[in-house]
Design a protein around this ligand. Structure first.
Ligand code: SAH
Length: 452
């Protein structure tokens, strides 16, 4: 076990670095900064006192977001940084007058220069701190009945046990697939505490394997290289998750994300309830999630499309694993954008369509291009539906909010020449909570629409 001792705050009740001298220095620095207008234009923090203790000081007025408990400090909000903090090091963030705001993990290579661990000055960010946060996340899920089996040998159900910022642990994702835990580190701060986090998860959850899948796209934006492999224990030859009685094989090492999409659990179940006697089209089917529920729900036929042949092999194996009737299932390895056009040209019609594409807009900067892609597939989806048909449409893009998504879908219906009603709004399952002060946590939005 390796535990990194935080350099800069070894006592719980430290002296604040505020006071007269601090204010004088901020004023002097502000003067210097006003003389150098380009620093504001480019929005880059200027250098602080390299010899001082590491510390972030925000520009005047830029403390508001932190005071509302949003856990990100963007580089443009920073007046200056004292010291030479290491990547991932915990340092204090202060407002322009020297008042303590938060303890945060530093990363000079990210637009998000710091991510908050704690709002309490008395907190010490160490193993005990992380053990408490992880225990809290586990007990929250236990209370909600979402963690029936987190202990070795007690079953194969799945749950997201740590959901990053919304569990007070920015950059840390942990998914549980039966006895196997998969950890994804997406920030320099989480990466800094990698071994400590692994030890705590081992202590509290005793998995047969703790596997690391730190290879999300977001890591590149953080300046972190991908890293995958076994962290603790040994990876079983076959990893399985049981979801509402259905069994899914999870490719922990090479599958997407941490191997499976737990966030859609409840939405898949809802689709299954409505699938009876329907011709179903499942686009972006991955390992068959929605398809298996539709088959179990008595669908007349299920056509599933994905561009990943590996995912489709697993999907077909999953149908077999569950003893479902494979004769009503059709699989296509294709680009959905092209496949939908072909189906339109063939005049194929469906009663229920699922569109669950990958993240088209990881950030707001991609929103416009992503909007066109969402509109395109939804317009085609509407055209393929029979009257009275149901469209289950999703976006997991952080850069597209609920309102924009609904507008895109409204535009698609209009252009497709159909009248449609929203019959249900959907979100990620409750083991993916959304911290009220962190709306970005509500990345998954779905609409169930019924065409007239
Ligand atoms: N609905 C799935 C998860 C979908 S994830 C579930 O419930 O488990 C998104 C899927 O889209 C991935 O499997 C990926 O391989 C697939 N994909 C990405 N781009 C695609 C494209 N242009 N055409 C078809 N499939 C695509």
């Amino acid at each position: 076990m390796t535990q990194t001792k935080p350099k800069s705050h070894s006592t719980p009740h430290r002296q604040s670095q505020g006071g007269k001298d601090f204010r004088k220095r901020v004023q002097r620095d502000k003067q210097h900064n006003d003389d150098n207008a380009t620093a504001h234009v480019v929005g880059k923090p200027r250098a602080g006192d390299a010899a001082a203790k590491p510390l972030i000081v925000l520009r005047e007025g830029r403390e508001k977001s932190l005071q509302r408990r949003h856990p990100w400090v963007f580089s443009g909000a920073i007046e200056y940084i004292d010291g030479t903090p290491a990547r991932g090091e915990t340092i204090p963030v202060k407002d322009a007058t020297g008042n303590f705001l938060a303890w945060a993990a530093y990363n000079a290579d990210s637009q998000i220069t710091a991510r908050v661990w704690s709002w309490q000055e008395r907190d010490v960010i160490n193993k005990g701190f992380f053990r408490q946060r992880i225990s809290d996340a586990l007990s929250a899920r236990r209370t909600l009945g979402l963690l029936p089996a987190c202990v070795r040998g007690t079953g194969g159900e799945g749950a997201r046990i740590i959901h990053g910022e919304s569990d007070g642990l920015p950059g840390l994702i942990v998914d549980k697939y039966g006895d196997v835990l998969v950890m994804q580190l997406g920030s320099a701060g989480a990466e800094h505490w990698r071994e400590t986090l692994a030890d705590i998860l081992q202590e509290l959850c005793a998995p047969v394997c703790l596997y690391e899948r730190s290879d999300s796209d977001g890591r590149a934006r953080e300046g972190l290289p991908p890293r995958c492999g076994v962290l603790r224990g040994a990876l079983p030859a076959q990893v399985e998750v049981i979801e509402n009685g259905l069994r899914f094989t999870v490719d922990v090492a090479a599958g997407q994300k941490t191997g499976y999409y737990l966030d859609q659990r409840d939405n898949r179940a809802f689709t299954g309830l409505l699938a009876q006697d329907k011709d179903v089209l499942n686009c972006f089917c991955y390992t068959g999630g929605f398809s298996l529920y539709a088959l179990r729900g008595g669908a007349k036929s299920v056509l599933s499309i994905d561009s990943s042949q590996e995912a489709l092999y697993l999907a077909q194996a999953n149908v077999e694993l569950n003893g479902l009737d494979a004769s009503t299932a059709e699989w296509q390895c294709a680009d959905v954008f092209e496949a939908l056009r072909k189906l339109r040209d063939q005049n194929r019609k469906f009663d229920l369509i699922v569109l669950d594409p990958p993240k088209f807009a990881p950030t707001a900067a991609f929103a416009e291009k992503a909007s066109r892609a969402y509109k395109d597939i939804n317009l085609l989806g509407f055209k393929l539906l029979r009257p009275g048909g149901l469209l289950f449409t999703y976006s997991c893009s952080g850069g597209i909010n609920d309102d924009l998504f609904q507008k895109i879908i409204a535009g698609a219906a209009l252009d497709a020449g159909v009248d449609a009603q929203i019959v249900k709004k959907l979100h990620a399952a409750p083991d993916h909570p959304v911290l009220l002060s962190f709306p970005e946590g509500a990345y998954l939005k779905g609409l169930v629409l019924r065409v007239a």
